[in-house]
Design a protein around this ligand. Structure first.
Ligand code: GLC
Length: 642
């Protein structure tokens, strides 16, 4: 708030000065273009020069495929985004940079030359970019409990984004996920507020902090803008409650009192604000029936007022449309609630017209517009965009660099959680002799990467550049060993042969957002068959689970000697084999409570209470064998929970 007053006061002063300057047709460089000036003065000077049309343009974010040629310049658009899968026709770093720079050139050609801010969901590496380093999704990073690793991943992601000219990441998700039936569970670090807070701040700092030796533009304090999302309580919605998109739990209603909201869901935002987050994205969900995009108390009074957030608030994808009422009232309500930039993927002209009319009608004040625009300009100055608006080819070498791939492998190693290990199943002996491998997920980089990879919903083929778990097994198996692979676990040519070791990789098909909401979390019959088929053909059976959340394995658990949760490891799947063969120890611990049955859900550290035995989880939050050093669970034969 204090900054706003200073900016407005400065604007008033400069307006007077600028007013006289404008009539005298200034000859010198405008103050906002003077890199020697303080950012606050540059913001105020620029704000004072802007027309209403230019201001509203800054508050508008459009999806790149929805922009007619020249529209960025014609409508003074302030931001462009690539949605999930929104890559250019040439999906290379150079192709991305050319696309982004093209929009930037339009923006710089306008009267005031305000650069655009281009945004993308680089939520586990620059996932839309073919050939990017794809890190484990956040659920796996939650299992590492390693903030320093997560910070490095943030920085590596920022570098690969800058290789494509993009300085704004719609991440991290700071959801404190309370029900793993949610299709976005894997985007969350955990069900635990403290763990989410620690890791999301680490990632945010990795994205935003200027690396040592980096030469910033004048006034630049941030490398890539982070976005704490989705404000607030996206992971606390009630299964089956009202979701405007018709999802089972995504975008639904969080039904808690304010004390619970503040205790469970606010701490990650408070920490993100204190860490200097440049943006916060509003949640599609609602709180006790009020859609978040309409919640002035939480956005303006709490986030901006109480927490002192000085960045800008961006809506989610056409998120304001879900506010009850007609579009004009959606615009008025959301802007007055405190949304500063509206993500208008399609039909941006209607937004521009509606907000202009709202200001002219007095339904939205100019003070509110000036607050929103000054926040957006503030972020653009802190990113150095006025002084170096175009992509920097120096970052091209960082894409899938050896350093980034090594970091990704380390993240995979530390994310694996050992759930069961009997009969000395693990580590696998490199000279075991015959090793049978089954399951489509064993040899499919798409399945191991999950959603937000090349496409919004991810891909279920090996289109992702990288290595598979099978690649890793074949690389580590000794010269005396033979590796055979069959996705169904059928090795008819080995009739009657009992192999020393069998490894089945079970996997979920990729999904994103509400598309992944699931009532049951069961393994597919194909996955179950692969386990059942392989069991009689091997002495030792190991099951590796590729999933975006805990899945129900209770019935199959006794069939295998070892179980490993591998989550969604990303492009470097071979690193899973490093841990299976004992090259690296198991250190991961569960970031989510693992249910015995989906009938127990929601089941988490806040609901498990005294539930134990057959009424309790299969594995508790924090569980992990190997160096994670939990005591192995006591296996119980429990009646099926209805
Ligand atoms: C999506 C998601 C949000 C994402 C945005 C842009 O609907 O909810 O997390 O950043 O749209 O892709």
């Amino acid at each position: 708030m204090k900054r706003l007053i200073s900016v407005v006061l400065l604007a008033a002063v400069i307006l007077t000065a600028c007013g006289s300057a404008v009539s005298e047709a200034p000859t010198e460089t405008p103050l906002y273009r003077d890199p020697a000036q303080p950012v606050a003065a540059r913001v105020a000077d620029l704000l004072a020069r802007m027309t209403l049309e230019e201001k509203i343009g800054q508050m508008t974010q459009v999806e790149k495929n929805s922009l007619p040629v020249g529209a960025v310049a014609d409508y003074f658009i302030g931001s462009v985004l690539s949605g999930g899968g929104g890559s250019p026709s040439s999906n290379t770093p150079e192709g991305w940079a050319a696309m982004v720079d093209g929009f930037q050139e339009q923006a710089l050609s306008t009267r005031l030359g305000i650069p655009i801010l281009y945004g993308v969901d680089a939520v586990h590496g620059h996932g839309n970019l073919a050939g990017a380093t794809i890190f484990p999704h956040n659920i796996g990073l939650g299992a590492t409990r390693n903030p320093d690793l997560v910070r490095q991943i943030g920085q590596a992601t920022a570098e690969e984004m800058l290789a494509t000219g993009i300085p704004w990441n719609f991440g991290p998700v700071v959801a404190v996920v309370q029900d793993v039936r949610w299709g976005r569970t894997y985007e969350g670090y955990s069900e635990d507020t403290g763990l989410v807070t620690e890791l999301s701040v680490a990632y945010l700092e990795g994205l935003q902090t200027l690396p040592s030796g980096y030469v910033p533009a004048p006034g630049q304090t941030c490398l890539v803008a982070a976005t704490a999302k989705h404000y607030i309580g996206d992971g606390g919605t009630l299964f089956g409650s009202d979701s405007p998109s018709g999802y089972l739990i995504d975008q639904a209603d969080m039904q808690v009192d304010e004390a619970t909201l503040r205790a469970l869901y606010l701490p990650p935002y408070q920490a993100a604000v204190e860490a200097g987050a440049l943006s916060v994205m509003v949640s599609f969900s609602s709180w006790n029936g009020t859609r978040m995009h309409a919640n002035q108390y939480l956005i303006t009074d709490v986030l901006k007022g109480e927490l002192g957030f000085e960045g800008f608030v961006v809506s989610d994808w056409a998120g304001i449309d879900q506010i009850p009422g007609d579009y004009y009232s959606d615009v008025v309500t959301s802007i007055n609630a405190g949304v500063d930039m509206v993500m208008v993927p399609q039909g941006f002209q209607l937004f521009l017209f509606s907000l202009t009319a709202a200001v002219e009608n007095g339904d939205v004040s100019m003070a509110r517009i000036d607050d929103a625009v000054s926040r957006i300009l503030w972020a653009k100055f802190l990113l150095g965009l006025f002084d170096h608006p175009y992509s920097d080819p120096a970052y091209l070498a960082t894409v899938r660099s050896p350093e980034h791939l090594a970091l990704a492998r380390q993240a995979v190693h530390e994310s694996l959680v050992l759930l069961k290990n009997e009969n000395q199943a693990l580590p696998v002996d490199r000279n075991a002799g015959l090793i049978l491998v089954a399951g489509e997920g064993a040899d499919n980089t798409g399945l191991q990467s999950g959603g937000w990879t090349l496409e919004w919903q991810g891909v279920s083929s090996s289109r992702v550049e990288g290595s598979t778990i099978l690649d890793g097994i074949e690389a580590l198996a000794g010269p005396e060993s033979e590796v055979h692979y069959n996705r169904f676990g059928r090795f008819d040519t080995l009739e009657g042969v009992i192999a020393p070791v069998g490894i089945v990789v079970v996997s979920e098909n990729p999904y994103a957002e509400g598309v992944g909401d699931s009532p049951g979390l069961q393994l597919s019959q194909t996955e179950i068959n692969a386990i059942v088929n392989l069991r009689p053909q091997v002495e030792i059976l190991i099951v590796v689970i590729l999933s975006g959340r805990p899945v129900i394995i209770t019935d199959q658990y006794p069939l295998a000697d070892a179980w490993v949760a591998a989550w969604l490891p990303g492009s470097e799947g071979a690193a899973v084999a490093d841990v299976l063969f004992g090259e690296v120890p198991f250190t991961g611990r569960l970031p989510y409570t693992w249910p015995r049955s989906s009938a127990q859900l929601p089941l988490n550290i806040n609901t498990v209470g005294e539930l134990r035995g057959c009424d309790g989880p299969l594995f508790p939050f924090g569980y992990g064998l190997g160096e994670a050093a939990s005591e192995p669970i006591e296996w119980l034969e429990c009646p099926a929970i209805p």
